[in-house]
Structures are given as structure tokens and as C-alpha cells.
Design a protein around this ligand. Structure first.
Ligand code: XIL
Length: 341
């Protein structure tokens, strides 16, 4: 096999998240790799409302236009991320008070953004992260002002603005039973009201220490029984401990500089490199077993140096969650994923 996208061509799309530096082709090595390995792209930040819609009457389409052009030029499947999300909202939204104004913002935003790229975007993450861990709906400006019906409104607006795009509900930890139940509820309600929903995006921000294949498999099966596709939309496997892995640790505590939280500054030890490869192999074996249900597997970043996990949830860490290292060389995990085919 010569690349991820060719190895998995008959199974599902293989994607990556891209930032401005990639679409501007500022790094030749990175761009050669992107074009060789991936056939789907998601904008890591440039279609989020704070970037694309910075002021009430001003849109910043330039980066998103370039992102879409990049995808078209390279024959890639283009994902829009994301239309309705409580995070990375423009500042003016926090000053909106009345439900009518929130509705106007959401309506105009979806019409304008999804409308602009209609026919060019293959799938939209219409609503992102609407759920709490216990499966209840997360408090947000949308839920608070519009009630739970905002999800249906958002999907209807997206379907109207871009009738061809596949529409997804996207969230993290929705493989976990309680939160999964909440996601199933959202999907069933949309379906019962005749609202278009084509798939569910399981983000897949996981850890080599806690990866639970059984739970993921149950989620794939259960979601696809609803008659929708399952995509893994933001895959990465952290090799570092997270605050919430420590019993009783305060997530907001300042762990910056803590050797316990940042143990591999000098490089990834061989043993952990092997574990990472093993975990990715197990995961892709599972994906292949259910390939008829899976539309796409997208990594959240091109290579380790680019990953957001170097800065989340603790700033300044060195992480190694992806298939390519800081020199854009394939890691052992890349080989294990490729050699499954
Ligand atoms: C992250 C980006 O990777 C970071 O660059 C940014 O600072 C914060 O957002 N869930 C999502 C993604 O849906 O949009 C987030 O991306 C990661 C978690």
C-alpha cells in the first residue's frame, strides 16, 4: 500500500483537519503528505462562527473560500465544521438577549454560510456538542433562548440552504452509554419530525490509556440501526495523562509544567510508540469490521507538531497523538494502520 487513502479506498474516506498554513501551502512537505494520504478535509477553525462571522454584519469568507478551493482542486471530500456550537462564538453573540435575536443570528448565519458553499460542501456538522456527559442537553445560548427545538431548526435551515450536503450531528464521548442515549434521542426526534439527518459524528478524542473498543463498537452498531452513517470526525489518541484521569483532580487546576502531566518532553519512548501503534491497529480493525456503517475517519490534524493536544487541556505539552511525527515522517502507528490492508 502506498497511502492511507488508497489503502482504505473501498472502505471509508480518510480525512484530516487543516489550518490556514496548510491551505496556503506554506510547507511543501506537509502539503505533499496531505495530498498523498487524505481524501477528506475538515477546517480545524476557519468555518467556526468566531472566525467566519466575527461581527454581526461582517463575514470573513476569505480563509473558508480558500479552504473549499483547496479541497476542490485536490478532489477531496469537503466537510463544513460547524454551524451551531456553544464554543468559539463571536463576541457579539454574548450581548444578544432576546430569543428572537438569537433566532435571527442562527438563521442568518446558517443561510449565509451554508448557502455560500451550497453544492461544494459534502457534509456539514450542523450542530456540534449539544450534550452533557449525562445525556441531557447542554446549556448554551441556543438552548437557553430557543429551547430544545433549536436543533431541529438548525437542521431544517441547513437542509434548506444546502440541499445536497449530508447533515451530521457531531459530538465527543457519545460512544459512552449515557451520552449516547442523549444523541440517539436527538436523532430520533429529528427523524420523527421528518427532518433530514444523514449521520452522526463521533469525534474520537481518545487516549491510549482508556480506549474502550467494546463501547465504540456498541455505539457504531446502535447508531447505524437508526439508518444513519457513522463518521469518526476528529480522531486522535493522546499519550499523555489528562486531569480527569486522576481521581479527584480539578480540571481547572494549573498543571502547566507538571512532569506528571508532561512526561515525554524528550521524545516518545519506544514502548509508548508501540502501544500507540497497537491501539490504532485495534481501532482500525474495528472500523474495518463495520466499514459498511462508517462513512469517514478523519484525524484531528496532519502531524504531531500540528495537533491541538499540545495545548489542550494543559498548555505547552508535547503530545504524540497522530500517525505522522513532527518531521512529517510516518510513525509505527501509520505502518500498523496501513498493514491491516
Ligand atoms: C479545536 C481546535 O483543534 C483548536 O485549534 C481550537 O483552539 C479549539 O478547537 N471539538 C471540536 C473541534 O469540535 O472543533 C475542536 O477543535 C476540538 C474539540
Amino acid at each position: 500500500q502506498t497511502s492511507l487513502k488508497s489503502a482504505y479506498q473501498k472502505d471509508f474516506l480518510i480525512g484530516t483537519a487543516l489550518g490556514t498554513s496548510h491551505i496556503e501551502e506554506r510547507n511543501e512537505t506537509a502539503n505533499l503528505l496531505i495530498k498523498r494520504e487524505f481524501n477528506a478535509i475538515t477546517p480545524e477553525n476557519i468555518m467556526k462562527s468566531e472566525v467566519i462571522h466575527p461581527e454581526i454584519n461582517r463575514y470573513n469568507f476569505d480563509p473558508a473560500d480558500k479552504f473549499v478551493e483547496y479541497g476542490q482542486k485536490n478532489n477531496m471530500y469537503i466537510v463544513g465544521h460547524t454551524l451551531v456550537w456553544h464554543s468559539q462564538l463571536p463576541r457579539f453573540v454574548s450581548k444578544i438577549n432576546s430569543p428572537d435575536s438569537v433566532r435571527l443570528f442562527m438563521t442568518e448565519h446558517i443561510k449565509t454560510v451554508a448557502g455560500r458553499y451550497a453544492g461544494k460542501i459534502n457534509s456539514w456538522d450542523v450542530v456540534n456538542e449539544a450534550l452533557n456527559e449525562d445525556g441531557t442537553l447542554r446549556k448554551s445560548v441556543f438552548l437557553n433562548k430557543l429551547g430544545e427545538g433549536y436543533i431541529k431548526e438548525a437542521f431544517e435551515l441547513a437542509a434548506k440552504a444546502d440541499p445536497k450536503a449530508a447533515l451530521y450531528y457531531n459530538d465527543y464521548n457519545i460512544e459512552q452509554p449515557a451520552k449516547r442515549k442523549g444523541a440517539i434521542d436527538i436523532i430520533k426526534k429529528l427523524q420523527a419530525s421528518g427532518t433530514k439527518i444523514d449521520g452522526v459524528g463521533i469525534q474520537g478524542h481518545w487516549s491510549i490509556n482508556t480506549l474502550n473498543l467494546k463501547v465504540i463498537e456498541d455505539a457504531i452498531v446502535e447508531f447505524s440501526q437508526l439508518g444513519i452513517k457513522v463518521a469518526f470526525t476528529e480522531l486522535d489518541l493522546t499519550v499523555l495523562p489528562n486531569p480527569w484521569d486522576l481521581r479527584g483532580a480539578d480540571v481547572n487546576q494549573n498543571f502547566e509544567g507538571s512532569p506528571k502531566m508532561n512526561p515525554y518532553t524528550a521524545g516518545l519512548p519506544d514502548s509508548v510508540q508501540v502501544t500507540l501503534a497497537q491501539k490504532y491497529e485495534d481501532l482500525f480493525k474495528l472500523f474495518l469490521k463495520h466499514k459498511d456503517k462508517i462513512s469517514r475517519v478523519t484525524f484531528w490534524g496532519v502531524n504531531d507538531g500540528h495537533s491541538w493536544l499540545n495545548g489542550f487541556p494543559i498548555r505547552g505539552r508535547t503530545n504524540y497523538p497522530l500517525l505522522f511525527d513532527r518531521e512529517f515522517k510516518p510513525k509505527l502507528a501509520y505502518k500498523s494502520v496501513l498493514e491491516l490492508k
